[in-house]
Design a protein around this ligand. Structure first.
Ligand code: B12
Ligand code: SF4
Ligand code: SF4
Length: 401
């Protein structure tokens, strides 16, 4: 490997990237993305369909592109975030930092400057992305040898386990390619590299509470808690709500169960800013958030994009799960009853669901005033699931969860 490329790698690591690898642009395996789209696994993320051609051909994103620089940032906190009592809400770990899309950007700008300085590249000779570009970031990271594609769909690092955030630079500069990982014994298969180092393990697929990984490496976003609690802007399908458990934003279950995490070590966090206060919030505090408090607590975090109604929707689902059958005296019931009468129909739907899950036969009386004023068809449909005269249907729903 030449000295200039090693100098670039060294500088990028010094900048805060934990994984810096290079790949040459060559044919992209199209099968997996095509299947994923054909099966509808993209849910309502229509942009995944619209940008498929670009994802499969980086030359459409940057004409003349020759190389990919695959970058990774280790975000393992080295310990569990605080506030994780048995009934407290759970957050995807990446959400307990300021929005990485923002905190990585200055480092990507600096990386571009390095290409200009070391390789004489012009601004038009490279493009960088962290999550938001039409690039198959995991595939390129795999090709560059940053890790392998697990059956959970994740790019899994031998050094950092599942806890790498990815960023990608497409460039016209030509780099020597780093080698992809190989199986411990023998050559890597060429047809599919999903699950390369998984062996017979299927823990992630089995652990997924909503059965969102029907085929190794291909996640059905429609069933995925991460999609439902972050990307879905509307009503969460009733049958998926029990499986969401305590996850209020995102989901790490198929990452957590992976044995490759035994190699994870605390991140340097040079490009990340921890927001410990989030994990410490109780469910009741979240159910009682005002718009001003929401703006203050979630400022600069990815959660702010969900907006207050989205977070309240998710909090209702978590409340309905952690307090199933707890009865009308449970501390969530008062805020939930208020939410069942509040402005956004989407929130009301989930609040009604939660009150029924928690209070059973007492729910019709608790919700009588809100129900009397209700005109929204989606909320009325939620009431219709829970007949007024008996809590029996509610109990049946609870046990189904
Ligand atoms: C859409 C999306 C989602 C959707 C769909 C998830 C999915 N698995 O596709 C939802 C909202 C559900 C989601 C959830 C999460 N996501 Co997301 N998501 C994306 C996004 C924007 C596109 C992914 C995509 O293209 N999916 C379509 C499938 C078919 O493609 P794929 O998973 O990338 O992998 C295929 C290709 O790479 C191809 N392939 C195989 N070999 C090769 C070789 C080459 C050279 C190439 C080019 C391609 C290729 O086959 C692979 C397997 O099918 C990426 C950012 C990006 N631009 O890549 C982040 C990204 C994948 N998400 C990320 C994260 C962190 C998450 C969550 C952990 C967040 C959370 N805690 O809640 C969960 C994990 C869920 C899971 N098990 O996958 C990280 C993953 C980091 C990593 N180490 O893998 C990414 C890369 C964002 C980032 N920049 O860090 N996500
Ligand atoms: S992120 Fe959660 S819901 Fe999505 S596939 Fe993984 S375990 Fe299943
Ligand atoms: S949990 Fe097992 S099957 Fe899933 S990605 Fe990790 S090693 Fe592979």
């Amino acid at each position: 490997m030449n000295a200039r490329q090693e100098e670039l790698r060294r500088r990028l690591i010094a900048l805060g990237f934990d994984e810096v690898r290079f790949a040459r642009v060559e044919a992209v395996p199209a099968e997996d993305l095509r299947h994923w789209l054909a099966w509808g696994f993209n849910a309502d993320m229509a942009w995944m369909e619209r940008t498929a051609a670009k994802r499969l051909d980086p030359g459409l994103v940057l004409p003349g592109v020759r190389s990919v620089i695959a970058l990774g940032v280790n975000y393992w906190p080295g310990r569990e975030a605080g506030g994780l009592g048995p009934a407290s809400p759970r957050w995807a770990r990446y959400a307990l930092y300021e929005d990485y899309h923002d905190t990585l950007r200055p480092a990507l700008v600096a990386a571009g400057r390095m290409l200009e300085e070391l390789y004489g590249a012009a601004g038009a000779d490279y493009r960088y992305y962290a999550d938001t570009g039409p690039v198959l970031e995991r595939g390129w990271a795999e090709r560059a040898g940053s890790g392998f594609l697990g059956k959970n769909g994740m790019l899994i690092s031998r050094q950092f386990g599942n806890w790498l955030l990815l960023a990608t630079i497409l460039t016209r500069v030509e780099f020597e390619a780093d080698a992809p990982l190989r199986r411990q014994s023998g050559e890597a298969k060429t047809e599919s590299r999903i699950g390369l180092l998984c062996g017979k393990c299927t823990r992630c697929q089995e652990a997924c509470p909503t059965e969102a990984i029907p085929s190794p490496g291909l996640v059905d976003a429609r069933r995925c808690i991460s999609y439902q609690t972050i990307e879905n802007k509307g009503i969460i399908p009733r049958e998926l709500r029990p499986g969401i458990g305590r996850y209020i934003y995102g989901c790490d279950i198929c990452l957590e169960v992976c044995p490759w995490n035994r190699f994870a070590r605390e991140g340097r966090r040079m490009l990340l800013a921890a927001r410990d206060g989030i994990a410490a919030l109780s469910l009741k505090e979240i159910l009682e958030l005002t718009p001003a408090r929401f703006a203050e607590v979630f400022r600069r975090t990815p959660i702010k994009r969900l907006k207050l109604p989205g977070l309240l929707r998710n909090a209702c689902v978590v409340a309905g799960n952690v307090a199933t059958g707890a009865g009308a005296g449970h501390e969530s019931v008062a805020p939930l009853t208020r939410l069942a009468a509040q402005a956004t129909p989407m929130v009301r739907v989930h609040a009604v669901w939660a009150v029924h899950r928690i209070t059973g036969a007492a729910a019709p009386q608790l919700l009588a005033a809100a129900r009397g004023k209700e005109t929204d068809p989606a909320v009325l449909a939620e009431y219709a699931e829970w007949p007024a005269e008996t809590g029996a249907t509610g109990a049946a729903h609870s046990s189904a969860g």
